[in-house]
Design a protein around this ligand. Sequence first.
Ligand SMILES: [Zn+2]
Length: 112
Amino acid sequence: MAQKQKQYDLYTFVAGAALKKGKPFQLECNCGGIVTILPPFQDEYVICPRCESRIRMIVIEGDPGYIIGRTSEGGLALLPVQGSARPHPDKLSQAEREAILSEIKTKLLKET
Ligand SMILES: [Zn+2]
């Protein structure tokens, strides 16, 4: 029996630390729409009120600040973690982004 798979339009990473505060949390959609999530956080996805995207929330322990993703060109890119205390990668300078990327890469190399 084939299981019906849930389809999501977007995936976003959320800092677990932000959810633990038990305060309303504002999740930003790629379209700029804001979804306010009220505690307790039980849903695994939310729907953007603006573009109606189904946004799957992937909660990360603590507040890692950023995670590494791949760009369409195959390079590494910093992806924001929503609810993080760190600024959005777009607000950083190129040099700052590169410094964080190499810091994360060094950490990853040490772990393997
Ligand atoms: Zn949206």
